[in-house]
Ligand binder design. Structure first.
Ligand SMILES: [Zn+2]
Length: 259
C-alpha cells in the first residue's frame, strides 16, 4: 500500500522509515478535559492532530522532511481534578516523558524537535530549559498553536477555552463531534476577588469549576466552520514556514550579529 502521508510516523512502516531521513520531529501534546457542553473531551488532541498534519504536509511539499509523532493525549490539569475524566499529568511527569522521547530521538539521529502544544495548562518552556542543558546534539523548541495567529483577525469574541476559536476549528475539522450550539453554555467566567489576579499581574491557578460556569471560557455562539478553516489554513502556513526555516538553520550559528 502506498503511504499518502509519509510525515505521519504512526502511519509509516519500517520499509518507509528505513529509507527516509528526517529533518525534524514534531511532538503534539494536548489534554483530555471538559470543553463546555458542546465540544468533546479530546478537542485539544483532535485540533492538534489536524494542525500538525496540515503544517507537516505543507512543509513536506516544500522539501522539508517533517516527522509528526503521535499526540500525547494527557496534559497538566491540576485545576480540574474534580471534573470526571479530566486526566492530569503533572509537569514533573511531563519532564520525564519528554526526556525519554528526546533521548530516543537523539540516539536515532534526530537533530531538531518541535513540541507543538495545544493546551493552556501545558507550558514547555521550563522543561525545555532543563532538557536543552542535558541534550547538546538536539535543538529543542516549542510552539503554543493558540499564540501563532492573532484570533482577533478572524473571530468576533475569542476566549480561551471551548470558545469561538476552538468551536470553529472543531466545526471545520470534526463537525460530527460538535454538539448543538443551542445547548452550549455562554462560556462566561467568574473573575477573582483579588484585584492583582484580576488585573493579570499576579497569577494563581484557576479552580476551574468555580472560575467558569459551564467549563468553557469564551462565548462559542458566533462560531462557524468557515472561520475554523481560515484559522487552520493560516496556522498551517505559518507553522510550515517555521519548520522550513528551522530545518535549514545551522543551530550553532543562529544569531544575526549586530556589531
Ligand atoms: Zn481546548
Amino acid at each position: 500500500m502506498k503511504n499518502e502521508r509519509p510525515y505521519i510516523i504512526a502511519e509509516n512502516n519500517w520499509k518507509n522509515i528505513s529509507s527516509e531521513s528526517f529533518d525534524l520531529a514534531v511532538l503534539p501534546w494536548g489534554a483530555t478535559e471538559a470543553h463546555n457542553y458542546h465540544l468533546p473531551y479530546a478537542t485539544d488532541n483532535i485540533q492538534l492532530e489536524a494542525i500538525a498534519t496540515e503544517s507537516a504536509r505543507n512543509a513536506w511539499t516544500n522539501g522539508v522532511k517533517v516527522a509528526v509523532l503521535p499526540c500525547v493525549p494527557f496534559g497538566v490539569n491540576t485545576g480540574q481534578l474534580d471534573i470526571p475524566f479530566c486526566i492530569n499529568i503533572n509537569p514533573s511527569t511531563q519532564t520525564s516523558i519528554l526526556n525519554d522521547i528526546i533521548h530516543s530521538l537523539e540516539i536515532q539521529g534526530i537533530k531538531k524537535i518541535v513540541i507543538l502544544n495545544g493546551h493552556g495548562g501545558n507550558n514547555f518552556r521550563q522543561q525545555l530549559r532543563e532538557l536543552q542543558a542535558r541534550y547538546n546534539s538536539v535543538f529543542l523548541s516549542t510552539v503554543d498553536w493558540f499564540k501563532v495567529v492573532d484570533p482577533n483577525s478572524i473571530f468576533e469574541e475569542p476566549g480561551d477555552h471551548a470558545d469561538e476559536v476552538e468551536t470553529s476549528l472543531m466545526m471545520h475539522i470534526a463537525p460530527d463531534l460538535v454538539g448543538d450550539l443551542e445547548l452550549a453554555g455562554d462560556g462566561s467566567t467568574n473573575p477573582s476577588k483579588i484585584s492583582a489576579i484580576r488585573e493579570g499581574w499576579a497569577w494563581a491557578q484557576r479552580d476551574w469549576l468555580k472560575a467558569t460556569n459551564d467549563t468553557g471560557s469564551g462565548n462559542p455562539s458566533k462560531s462557524s466552520a468557515e472561520k475554523g478553516k481560515r484559522l487552520l489554513d493560516e496556522l498551517s502556513q505559518k507553522l510550515a514556514s517555521f519548520y522550513v526555516e528551522l530545518a535549514q538553520a545551522d543551530v550553532t550559528d543562529l544569531y544575526q550579529k549586530t556589531q
